[in-house]
Structures are given as structure tokens and as C-alpha cells.
Design a protein around this ligand. Sequence first.
Ligand SMILES: Cc1cc2nc3c(=O)[nH]c(=O)nc-3n(C[C@H](O)[C@H](O)[C@H](O)COP(=O)(O)OP(=O)(O)OC[C@H]3O[C@@H](n4cnc5c(N)ncnc54)[C@H](O)[C@@H]3O)c2cc1C
Length: 497
Amino acid sequence: MIANSKRACVIGAGFGGLALAIRLQSAGIATTVIEGRDKPGGRAYFWEREGFTFDAGPTVVTDPDCLRELWAISGHKLEEDVELMPVTPFYRLDWPDGTKFDYSNDEEDLKREIAKLDPADVEGYYRFLEYSKAVHHEGYVKLGTVPFLDFKSMIKAAPALAKQQAWLSVYAMVSRFIRNEKLREALSFHTLLVGGNPMTTSAIYALIHKLEQDGGVWWTKGGTNRLIAGMVHHFRRLGGTIRIGDPVAKVETAGDRVTGVTCESGWHRAFDAVASNADIVHSYRDLLGRNQRGWSMGRKLQKKRFSPGLFVVHFGVEGTFDHIAHHTILFGPRYEGLLDDIYKHGVMPEDFSIYLHYPTASDSSMAPEGKSTFYALVPISHMGKLGVDWDVEGPKLEKRILDEISRRLIPDLHERIVTKFSYAPKDFATDLNAHLGSAFSLEPVLTQSAFFRGHNRDDVIGNFYLVGAGTHPGAGIPGVVGSAKATAGLMLQDLAR
Ligand SMILES: Cc1cc2nc3c(=O)[nH]c(=O)nc-3n(C[C@H](O)[C@H](O)[C@H](O)COP(=O)(O)OP(=O)(O)OC[C@H]3O[C@@H](n4cnc5c(N)ncnc54)[C@H](O)[C@@H]3O)c2cc1C
């Protein structure tokens, strides 16, 4: 523990911000988290309506050990504050022709599911698993929590990246081992969960398969919001301070040093170090904008590629549904064509693939007795590509999504709905300051990874740090919790001086 009187500030209480704050406070740094919204969580915000609990964002918890570490560093156990429940199958994949595939880490079940689609691909799957193991070791275990601050660190990682043919896409790599198109989709769609197009995201992201095989897929009892509540409780127990509902308006600087922050309410504090978990463009352009560095980085970052938006329909319904799994992917008729529409063409697609989240399947506490909570999520181009009026297009898209679920899973869905509302890219922009309404920040392509992503410590302003989806290694709970470890390492080193 560093016993000194240094004070740190973390702007934003997303998973990354809270994980960083816990690490700093555990090490004896008096840490204040400042969150702009009325509740912590960021993408993992939640709503309660008519007895239903609706988580806003992450629902699939992978690599729970990266979370357990946040408690273990101060001698606590995650289980004191949070109940994690295993989910099986991890996902049910469902194609328009009626084909279904239950995806899990039970080897026999998985082999049987693969053989149902193409027996010849069982052998290819094992070769893919070997590849996934190798990239998991290189990309996640060795480099997932390491800050890439200079080009030298990138050069060091280059031989491993070259050996794993990181320039190929996940889909191209999977296709080397697997011949059945549906299985190719089943083993490559995961990059969408961190904002990446399977057709262009580096094959390194095939590591997600191994991550899920080893660590499983988990659900937090009461919803992902309970995991956030557990992190906040743990942080406060350690002595940390959290200020809610007061957005930071300005990060103050003197020369190349941050001196403190000022909130919209006028509240001001001096800090020895400031880390931003807020959107990376917002952090530089808006919060540090009066400093030359903030202004120029803001401009530079806006030229980068951002991952798509999401349109999410939340709905609570009468009844429960044994035939619906906790996580279902309802694939549409097109895979590559749809991805092109979202990532390249920036049009409102004619068709869509839906991720349907049905938490009541695992946890009846998410809805009133005899009722069910759902959300249906579709990736959609971000606002820089798709310039529609979401107040007009949102209700139309919501209806199309609910119609599709009704057609494929719950015929009388519309009559059963008790409450519903939707969340569009413009809401990500308004509520979270998300640049272009992007759901996952910078797109995870090789040219925007590691050294080429946001640096955990700014190159010029030595006591300004970043944490979360815009930094290495990127979006997703394990990603941003990993980025918190990298940022905390740097901050603790600097603050000990
Ligand atoms: C719908 C959806 C589903 C997802 N599903 C999964 C999943 O199943 N599994 C998974 O692992 N990942 C999933 N993800 C990705 C994952 O949720 C995110 O990558 C991750 O939560 C982002 O965390 P973060 O630390 O970057 O911070 P964020 O969640 O982006 O939080 C940043 C915080 O900063 C605050 N802030 C912004 N500006 C200011 C300011 N000026 N002052 C103060 N505070 C400010 C915001 O209000 C916010 O609370 C999903 C994402 C979405 C959107």
C-alpha cells in the first residue's frame, strides 16, 4: 500500500472507471469518482419500470476472475457483494431456416452441435480451438493488461502478432478451419459484442472463444447493475468517495500538468492525478479542450473509425417462456451483406440479426411473478454514417424488431407487452457523451489496437490518464477491466514518486 496524501480523480463510473478506482483506493490513494448521470454503470446503467428490471448494456459476463481480482487485492471476495450464476447454453444461435445451435463449453455437447451441422467440421473445430488458445495466451494473458505507451512496445509484440497472422480477420481465420457457413458465423460473431466487424476485426479476437471456454459465461443475480452496485459498495468500503449526478465540465491544467477538475454544478477540487473513463473524444475535445493538447487530440481522434451504434428494445411481457434461452442470436438472412450495410454503407438495413436477452430464463427476480423481462439488440451504423431522425425511425425499427420476435418466437408478443421503450444511438450520445453515438468507442481493428488505441497515460500531460473502451485492449467487461489494471499500474508508479 502507498501511504501518502496524494489524491486521484476518476471521471466516469463505468466498469473501467470503477475497476481503476478500486485499484487506486486499495493501494491507499484517496480516490474520488465523479459520474455525470444519476446512477453509476455507464453502458451498464439500468431502469426499473412496473416491477421489471432492465439492464441497459452488458449481460454476458466472461472471465469472472478479472473481476474477482478487484476484491482479492484488498483481501475481500467478490462473493461477499455479488452473486454470479453460470449460464447454459452460453448462446442459442437460431437461423431463419429453423436451424438451431446451442453454444457452450461442454465439450461433448459442443461436438454434437457441430456434428449436427457438419460432421467434417468437428476436426476443424479442434484446430480452431488450438489457434484460439494461442491467441488467448499472446493477446489476453500476456498483453491484455499491459499499457502500450510507445512504438517500441508495439515492435516487441509484432513477432507474436505476425506468427498468429493477426492481419487476417476472425471470419477469414475461422474459414480456414471450418467449411460450414453457419458454423463460421457461430465461431466469428463474438467480435460484434465488442463492436468489431467479424469480416475486418483482427483474428486475434478469436481469443474470445478460448476466454469463454475456460472462464464460462455468467449472469449476475439481479442483473449486471448488481455487479456495478457491488463494485461501488466495495469501493466505498475501502474508503473511496463517489460523486453522482454532476458531470465534469472541465479538466484544469497548468502547462503540461492537470491540476484538478470543475463540475457543471461549479464544484471544484484539486487532484494530483486525473483519469478519464468518459468517451475518449469527449475527454480530450470537451474536458481538456482549452489545453492545446486536448484540442489537437480531440481533432485527431475524430478522424478515427468508430464502432457502430446499437438500437435496443426493452420490453416486459405477461408470461414465461421455457423454449427461449437466456441469450439467443436470431440471425437474419444475410451475414456479410448485413455487416457491410452497418460498417460500410451506413444505411438502415432491410433485415437484421437480433441478440435477444431473456434474463428471466435464469433469474426470476428480474420481473414480477409470472412475467418476463427482455431486451432485443441490433447493431446499426453510428450517427456519423447513418443520419436519420431517431424520433421518427426509432418507433418503426422497434416495431420491425418486435414483429420479427413475434414471428420467430412468441406469436402473440404484441398482446403480451406490459411495458416497452427503446434506446437509440442518439441516446448513447446524449446520456453518455458517446462520440457519434457509438456503443463501443473506437472500432477494434488492428490499426486502432494496442499502441494505436488511446494511451493509458497521455503522452504530453503526464498526470492525465485514460481508462475504458477507448484504450487498450478495448470494449467489453474483461477489456475495460484489463485497461484499468494497465492504467492503475502507471498511476501508482507515478504517484509513488
Ligand atoms: C447494449 C450493450 C451491450 C453490451 N453487452 C456486453 C456484454 O454482454 N458483455 C460485455 O463484456 N460487454 C458488453 N458490452 C460492452 C461493455 O458494456 C462496454 O464496453 C463497457 O461497459 C464500457 O465500459 P467503460 O469503462 O468504457 O465505460 P462506460 O460504460 O462507457 O462509462 C463511462 C462513464 O463516464 C460517464 N461520463 C461521460 N462523460 C462524463 C463527464 N463529463 N463527467 C462525468 N462522467 C462522465 C458516463 O456517464 C459513463 O457512466 C455491451 C455494450 C452495450 C452498449
